[in-house]
Design a protein around this ligand. Structure first.
Ligand code: SRM
Ligand code: SF4
Length: 566
């Protein structure tokens, strides 16, 4: 151990990373331990860098404890797939793995990838190595490294879709950890690690102080909420080409109740770079966060806090110093919306693309609604792609007119043809929360659909059922469903109780503001009812709900995360 490091000063995770021998930890031993379904405590941190979280089924925790059994341990596996684009064969592989080793569902996440839940320790290695047969991996899907890179999702909405997916992939690969631990542990590949010490030229032995997130958008679409990313790139299109990208830094949403020094923050645009500068800009920003991020207090370790400590100007100067040149002045851009636009659209490639609403991102068969089966059958019959959006939805992309008919027929046959849903539901996101998330204070994915039905009754009374309003719910303030950017945000405080936030805008550039604290369902409805009525009556033409509540002083606009209150 390096004696110059004062470990007492640093967070526990720093030491674990340092001692992990480039993310090996004691994972091999933990996996082989037959006594428990768990892995060692230290390994629960290291496994995250391999896309794996240990969890328990919180629905069963009490009963298991009562029976003096260890908790029902299982694992969440998260994939890395920049831009969220999967082949039908990869979809089929994930579908099969979810049946064979997981809880029979596929979870489409808010960062355009898959999660499997409920994988047992003994099946972890099999799941990961079988995934690898279809060139799927889980490297750096979690942990203190750059995570899955998001990008604009819909090929029908922009002829530059392929270009930004390619960019997201190159950023992801450029910022991938270089350790061979993953291949050794999960794929039994004895690469260089036996003969040569691993190196992490970019990250160093302690990796980043905290997670790091990147997203790329093409205006007017803000489908991956670029202002919530540690680092965002906004494509600037001129004369039918992407000429470069505005650079946004310091977005991040997680915060903790009662800790005012933690807050959600929207990113700051610091300049513009050309397409061939993007990788080095990303790399230099990561380096500055690596060297300046807080390694003592994980609650202050995200780059948003680093930037607020340094000041935006100094941060930008540091970036430019490392780059050896100045970023150009940011170029004008206009973002119009942050969710997904549904239905079939024909792209400039003459192919058809269906954006399909997946409630809570959960793909499963439920009664007569056989979504999982339908998508399996579709994957067997089309040659296009399956693109996951940053809003937990799915695009069946790049199909011919004949295949389009087949897709429609299969969705209908399995009881899941797209139906008219309210503008509110279309724009809803709920994080996983209970029963798998250990940090959840309240339900989200299992509850939001019912709450929306109740709000829909109010909307119907005011002829607003088609009105697009962004509503997002999470089971805690960590922000996994990006609730702080919603027009109506609900964050779980305790079972059945939520904070209600209003005033985010429809294009995802403004934080919302606390409106009511710790209220149950009947109060949520009671609070929303008169505001919705007022909105129906007094809105300006085309005014969105979030803008209306600010203009009418229901809440005050928040200009910087530091003003945010829980
Ligand atoms: Fe998240 C932790 C689920 C997107 C902020 N998140 C977790 C964990 C792993 C809980 C844990 O630490 O044990 C959750 C697992 C629940 C489960 O059972 O699946 C979890 N996060 C998710 C997903 C699956 C939510 C979903 O329903 O889609 C999303 C997976 C994305 C992915 O594919 O990588 C997910 N998480 C996000 C986002 C949104 C985004 O990235 O666009 C955020 C807010 C943006 C940000 O990072 O600032 C987010 N997750 C967090 C945080 C708070 C971080 C912070 O800065 O304070 C935590 C807790 C932590 O890191 O300590 C967290
Ligand atoms: Fe869990 Fe909280 Fe994230 Fe929801 S927001 S998945 S409850 S950590």
């Amino acid at each position: 151990m390096n004696e110059t490091i004062d470990w007492k000063e640093l967070s526990e995770v720093e030491k674990l990373k340092y001692e992990s021998n480039f993310l090996r930890g004691t994972l091999v031993e933990s996996l082989a331990d037959p006594i428990t379904g768990a892995i060692s405590e230290g390994d629960t941190q290291i496994s995250k860098f391999h896309g794996i979280y240990q969890q328990t089924d919180r629905d069963l925790d009490k009963e298991r404890k009562h029976q003096k059994l260890e908790p029902a341990y299982s694992f969440l596996i998260r994939l890395r797939m920049p831009g969220g684009k999967f082949t039908p064969a990869q979809w089929l592989k994930m579908d099969a793995l979810s049946e064979k080793y997981a809880n029979h569902t596929l979870k489409l996440t808010t960062r355009q990838t898959f999660q499997l839940h409920g994988v047992l320790k003994n099946d972890l290695k099999k799941t990961i190595s079988e995934m690898n047969e279809e060139l799927l991996d889980t490297i750096a899907a979690c942990g203190d490294v750059n995570r899955n890179v998001m990008s604009h999702a819909n090929p029908a909405e922009s002829p530059f879709h392929a270009q930004v997916i390619d960019l997201a992939t190159r950023i992801s690969e450029h910022l991938m950890p270089r350790t061979t631990a993953y291949h050794e542990i999960w794929l039994d590949k004895k690469l260089i690690a036996n003969s040569k010490q691993d190196e992490e030229p970019l990250y160093g032995v302690r990796y980043l102080p905290r997670k790091f997130k990147i997203g790329v958008v093409i205006p007017p679409h803000n489908d991956c909420d670029v202002f919530s990313q540690d680092l965002g790139f906004i494509a600037i299109v001129e004369k039918d080409a992407i000429i470069g990208y505005n650079v946004v830094v310091g977005g991040g949403l997680g915060s903790t109740f009662g800790m005012t020094e933690t807050y959600p923050r929207t990113g700051t645009v610091i300049g513009y770079c050309t397409p061939d500068q993007v990788l080095e800009v990303a790399e230099k920003v990561v380096l500055i966060q690596r060297d300046n991020g807080d390694r003592k207090n994980r609650k202050q370790a995200r780059m948003k806090y680093t930037i607020d400590r340094m000041g935006v100007d100094e941060f930008k100067e540091e970036v430019e110093k490392l780059l050896g040149y100045k970023l150009e002045k940011e170029k004008p851009f206009k973002l119009e919306r942050n969710g997904d636009d549904y239905g079939w659209k024909k792209g400039t490639d003459n192919k058809w693309h269906l954006t399909y609403f997946v409630e809570g991102g959960r793909v499963l068969d439920k009664g007569k609604q056989q979504l999982k089966t339908a998508l399996r059958e579709i994957a067997k019959q089309i040659k296009g792609d399956f693109i996951l959006t940053g809003n937990q939805n799915l695009i069946v992309a790049g199909v011919t007119a004949t295949e389009k008919k087949k897709v429609d027929a299969l969705l209908k046959k399995h009881g899941v043809a797209p139906t008219e849903i309210s503008g509110l539901r279309q724009n809803s996101i709920a994080c996983v929360a209970l029963p798998t998330c250990p940090l959840a204070f309240a339900e989200a994915e299992r509850y939001l659909p019912d709450l929306i039905s109740k709000i829909e009754t109010i909307l119907e009374e005011h002829d607003l059922i088609k009105e697009e309003i962004v509503i997002r719910m999470t089971g805690c303030p960590n922000g996994c469903g990006r609730p702080y950017l919603a027009e109506i945000g609900l964050i779980g405080k305790s079972p059945g109780y939520y904070n209600l936030y209003l005033g985010g805008n429809f294009n995802g550039t403004r934080l919302n503001t606390l409106f009511k604290e710790t209220i149950p369902e009947d109060e949520i409805l009671k609070e929303l009812r008169p505001i919705i009525a007022d909105f129906a009556k007094n809105r300006k033409a085309k005014e969105h709900f979030g803008d209306f509540v600010i203009r009418n002083n229901y809440v005050k606009e928040i200009l910087h995360g530091k003003e945010f209150n829980h």
